[in-house]
Design a protein around this ligand. Sequence first.
Ligand SMILES: *Cc1c(COP(=O)(O)O)cnc(C)c1O
Length: 364
Amino acid sequence: MTPPRVRFMHLAPGEEAAAVDAAIRRVIDRGWYVLGPEVDAFEASFAGACQASHAIGVGTGTDAIAIILRGLGIGAGDEVITTPLSAAYTALACMMVGARPVFADLDPARLTLDPSAVEAQITPRTKAILPVHLYGQPADMPAIMDIASRHHLAVVEDCCQAHLATCGGRPVGSFGVAAAYSFYPTKNLGALGDGGAITTSDAALADRCKRLRNGGQTDRYHHAEMGVNSRLDEIQAAILSARLPYLKGWTDARRRVATIYRRLLSGTAVEVPPERDPGHVYHLFPVLSDDRDRLHARLRESGIETLIHYPVPIPRQPALASQQPAQCPIADRVCARIVSVPLYPGIPTSEVELVADAVARFTP
Ligand SMILES: *Cc1c(COP(=O)(O)O)cnc(C)c1O
């Protein structure tokens, strides 16, 4: 197979490569690998970047969600209302703590939780709402917060695709009681391996999450409650600290690429989801087509790598078969029509034009 002319993304360190190398070397020379000075330093700077009082480094974004839920006392018998369109990990994290994910359908334009659909799913067992800022576009947080406060529900924000995004000018992650971030390599801020973080401005919740990520330990070898082992390691924390200063520039670059796509794709046969907030950080750039599978194949033949986020609504995954079925017709339709085109901070404009041209020439 010939390599694609246009890659979906490119994950080797670029302008920050020397800083990443130095960070790795520093950790190896220090000889301290788990929960040390690098994690402390990254937690402080990441909390600052998110305008949160506390950040807690954990093993993955999935664990970040699960640990927050456990920290809030959510578990067996409880329901968490979330979206059918996301990485399945959002719902799996609810199941990991024994809670039941309950799916409310999408706002068809924004592709995030529809607040009115959320309200219809509330039962006496509902404990939390878990919106996802999908593809980097903030969910409708004012409306979600209004519902949550009227029904006394916690809001936990899945910010795994939304580092530095804002909603109405306010940082995502600052609306709910806590937020979950992933540093999986493909995310807007990626480690060279797995990583995640919890942010919160609730000091008691921060303390509890810090304990829970480390086996429930209060002091060394003293376990106050059953926690998990999910720690961000020192090498990944050092790499993330080296990369964090570049994140704002990378985010601006993502937005510039999105602007070019929007201009070149207007008037073509594909539908481009609208930007509902200038705080959108474009983790991905999905387009919709009634003939998605043919579009996907045609782009591949033209040497353009595309991916489908996501082909299956979460409630239709076999892994969710034990859960109550959910009717989410809007999510069903989106999953049948959506495909993501290449977008990453360093993508050459010539490649963006190649992609847009190939999409424009596609006739269903
Ligand atoms: C990546 C992602 C997760 C899971 O993060 P991991 O670090 O891979 O566990 C959860 N939710 C969303 C929306 C994601 O994009």
